[in-house]
Ligand binder design. Structure first.
Ligand code: UD1
Length: 418
């Protein structure tokens, strides 16, 4: 296992190219199952989750070839309809093959994701939706087993807007007979990117990005060709890096229109943003100002930015209240930030962050993807050396993180953890 060693305290300056969005690439890779033939996906980041999805598709019988951010997936020979526990347990997003397999082949068996570091994360809404589309869904020995002759369009209402649930049902509905309406659907940019990719296959979808999405089923789809949107969470993470180090960073290939809430909140914290042809320039303040934040589904402030934002607030002037409303128990980073000298208390879904002047380096343990990112952000501004263990979590979601940080002047090393 690798660990990261970071010596903090430098003002980071320079350019960072933002990679393609992991959370858009994963469903779009799964969507390739809806057609027979070769799909081409560009701007796919080189990440552990992407390789896991590639392995899962290969397990189903697909050809998967990845080179220089281009993924080629050929689906002429799909002959396995099961996502086994060993793959699903390393990546919850494996559930995204359920909708496409069921719609195209009439059968699918997917292991239940099981517990996860950030709360219970059920999939009941995915299953409810598939049943509404006429599938027979059973739970057998830790697996979801679903069958259908052909899915039929239906009206589906989500009690909570679920991102992968919306994606799974949108994909399933593309090949259903008749029209499906998803109400209270997730509005995340990744859902829109999936709809755009599905459109290249011949799918008929209206309203992606709004809370009501209408899908008119077709009999057949052709392979997709698509280029993935930039990763808004990676961009947001580098914004907090500029913020906490008093840095001056230009983000290239960043979609500011996907980051309204994040930019607004970071603006309140004292960061400055200048849009230009070469990218977005982000300038950090001498010291951030305390700012309250509440996570809510898009277009609200993303839960995937909560931990990084909290690292910034840990050194801000004044006290901030950070409310997590999307996932219970998503405060794994707090205990680690406290080890660095942060003053944070958590009660229920609310963290009270009293800004301290400076954090100090400490040995730390990464617990999940975004928690790890927040520890990196904090370490970059801390006095002395921070060692972050179990950074495989970070490799699930951040492409070439230490190279990108080094390019802007950070003192970061990856070493083998004995
Ligand atoms: C996706 C993202 C993840 C992000 C999350 C919220 C991917 C691969 N992952 O995860 O990075 O943190 O959105 O923005 O895109 N819920 C139910 N029943 C369900 C499904 C969800 O109750 O069947 C609840 C969850 O417990 C949670 C809320 O809905 O409280 C939102 O979760 P959801 O949007 O489904 O998260 P994911 O799609 O798993």
């Amino acid at each position: 296992m690798d660990k990261l060693i970071i010596r903090g305290g430098r003002k980071l300056r320079g350019e960072v190219a933002i990679s393609g969005a992991k959370n858009a690439a994963l469903p779009i890779m799964a969507a390739s199952l809806l057609a027979s033939g070769e799909s081409i996906i560009r701007r796919v980041p080189h990440l552990r989750d992407i390789m896991t999805m590639g392995r899962l598709l290969a397990h189903l019988g697909a050809g998967f070839h990845y080179e220089r951010s281009k993924a080629l997936i050929s689906t002429e020979r799909i002959n396995v309809f099961e996502a086994p526990y060993d793959l699903v347990r390393t990546m919850r997003a494996s559930i995204l093959v359920l909708g496409p397999l069921l719609a195209k082949f009439g059968r699918a068996k997917v292991s239940l994701p099981g517990g996860c570091a950030i709360g219970a994360r059920p999939i009941n809404l995915h299953l409810m939706g598939l049943e509404k589309l006429g599938a027979e869904v059973k739970l057998e020995a830790g697996y979801v087993v679903a069958r259908t002759r052909r899915l039929k369009g239906a009206a589906i209402y989500f009690d909570t807007p679920t991102v992968t649930g919306t994606e799974n049902l949108m994909m399933a509905a593309t090949l259903a007979k008749g029209t499906t309406v998803l109400e209270n659907a997730a509005r995340e940019p990744e859902v829109v990117d999936l709809a755009d990719a599905l459109a290249t296959m011949g799918a008929r979808i209206r309203g992606a990005g709004e809370s009501v999405v209408e899908i008119e089923g077709v009999n057949e789809l052709k392979p997709l060709e698509h280029s993935i949107i930039p990763d808004r969470i990676e961009a947001g993470t580098f914004m907090t890096v500029a913020g906490i180090t008093g840095g001056d960073i230009v983000l290239k290939e960043c979609r500011m229109d996907h980051l309204d809430a994040v930019v607004m909140k970071l603006g309140e914290a004292g960061l400055q943003f200048h849009g230009g042809e070469g990218g977005v320039r982000v300038i950090g303040p001498a010291r951030p100002k305390s700012t309250n934040v509440k996570t809510i589904p898009y277009p609200g402030f993303p839960t995937d930015m909560q931990a990084q934002f909290m690292a910034l607030m840990a050194v801000a002037e004044g006290t901030s209240i950070v409310k997590e409303t999307v996932f219970e128990n998503r405060f794994m980073h707090v205990a680690e930030l406290v080890r660095m000298g942060a003053d944070i208390t958590v009660e229920g879904g609310i963290a009270t962050v009293k800004g301290v002047g400076r954090l100090h380096g400490a040995p730390l343990m990464a617990t999940d993807l975004r928690a790890s990112a927040s520890l990196v952000v904090a370490a970059l501004a801390a006095k002395g050396e921070t060692e972050i263990r179990r950074i495989y979590h970070l490799d699930r979601g951040y492409e070439m993180i230490e190279e990108k940080l080094r390019m802007i002047g950070a003192d970061v090393r990856r070493v083998k953890d004995e």
